[in-house]
Write a protein that binds this ligand. Structure first.
Ligand code: NAD
Length: 365
């Protein structure tokens, strides 16, 4: 018998049911889960989807656990959370080291306990039990939609605009593919081993093939190897950090030469770096806006699951575009009117919406 510690934090329920991922990690702490839950509140509010913020975690090392152990852990955690969960109460999703299979176990455990199938209790489910088309690439697609609006506002021509992307996983990989399709020139891409650079633009299909075979973008014959530090300092129109947090810091922010910084990752820029970027005139599309495409399509998945009526991928993408474009301009308007940077504008909008909901509902009991 082993005892594991698990958490579920509800940060705000003012605008709707709690929404947020579940993380399995040996080092996860309650403070971290609280901060991540708050982040979800602001992210849902900035794109105006009707959710509050939540986050969950179990302190465990999934790399050392069998599939059977993970299933038992997930089912027990779900059982403990039963009274908090529900499509109208709290809807979990995958996060670090949890995936669509984890969501399927949560959905099944919840359904078995209430006595009927409730697919809408989680998002990020497999398609076979009510997942949404377009969810996999939603975050990267959302990042690209915000970049397209930003270059229009800044008067940068799309054709041939240069991009460097840190991280070639779900978010970075999708962003690279879609940016190429839009006519951008992707000059550099990196992963945890390092990066590759070609000033004439990388052949992205050949690069994906190389990554599949070699397990990294490093050593790609169509480019020259660079470090992650060098990638962040490249002269380019758009820089997309899509890997980890705290990548752009007090130490290296002054080296950033990009005109636009589109935060695919959560928290890639430290607050000290933010001030430096602002003084340099770098246009930052903050994480709670740039990467909100993922939670937006999670919202679509919840809507589809509740209605048992499923949309085509084109419908999902069109609705995602509507929300991302509208949200970008709402934040941009605050940025212009209040003369604040884009991050502060996004927070002003998000916190304002939560406060308005709170005041409108009133305090009871
Ligand atoms: P992923 O695991 O698919 O990809 C991460 C990529 O980053 C990999 O290519 C990895 O090699 C690379 N990487 C790791 N360490 C690195 C380093 N030190 N330097 C450069 N590259 C490094 O993860 P993902 O789902 O694409 O998530 C990326 C970021 O986006 C995370 O911050 C995540 O929180 C955020 N995010 C993801 C989603 C989503 O829907 N997937 C939604 C919102 C935010």
């Amino acid at each position: 018998m082993r005892i594991f510690t698990g958490y579920r934090v509800h940060h705000s329920l003012d605008r709707g049911p709690a929404k947020g991922g579940i993380r399995y990690h040996p080092d996860v702490t309650l403070d971290e889960v609280k901060a991540l839950a708050m982040w979800m509140t602001w992210k849902c509010a900035v794109v105006n989807i009707p959710f509050g913020g939540a986050k969950g975690a179990v302190v465990c090392n999934p790399k050392e656990m069998s599939k059977g152990e993970l299933e038992r852990l997930t089912r027990r955690y779900t059982t403990e959370l039963m009274i908090f969960l529900g499509p109208e109460k709290d809807i979990p999703a995958p996060d670090v080291y949890t995936d669509s299979q984890t969501m399927a176990w949560i959905m099944d455990t919840y359904s078995m306990n209430v006595g009927y199938s409730v697919p809408s209790v989680v998002t990020g489910k497999p398609l076979s039990i009510g997942g949404s088309r377009g969810r996999e690439e939603a975050t990267g697609r959302g990042v690209v939609l915000t970049i397209l609006e930003a270059i229009k506002e800044l008067g940068i021509p799309k054709e041939g605009a240069t991009v460097a992307v840190q991280g070639f996983g779900n978010v970075g990989g999708t962003a690279v593919r879609l940016l190429c399709r839009e006519g951008f020139k992707v000059v550099a891409v990196s992963d945890s081993h390092g990066g590759t650079y070609n000033s004439h633009g990388l052949d992205v299909d050949a690069l994906s093939e190389h990554k599949r075979e070699a397990g990294t973008v490093v050593g790609f014959p169509g480019g020259e190897d660079i470090t992650n530090e060098e990638l962040l300092a490249l002269k380019c129109d758009v820089l997309v950090p899509a890997a980890l947090e705290n990548q752009i810091t007090e130490e290296n922010a002054d080296n950033v030469q990009a005109k636009i910084l589109a935060e695919g990752a959560n928290g890639p820029t430290t607050p000290e770096a933010d001030l430096i970027l602002y003084d340099k005139g770098v246009f930052v599309i903050p994480d709670i806006l740039a990467n909100a495409g993922g939670v937006t399509v999670s919202y679509f998945e919840w809507v589809q699951s509740i209605q048992e009526f499923f949309w085509s991928e084109d419908e999902v993408n069109a609705r995602l575009k509507d929300i991302m474009v509208r949200s970008f301009h709402e934040v941009y308007d605050v940025h212009r009117e209040e003369k604040v940077d884009m991050r502060l504008a996004a927070y002003m909008l998000a916190v304002g919406r939560v406060a308005e909901a709170f005041h409108t509902r009133g305090l009871y009991p």
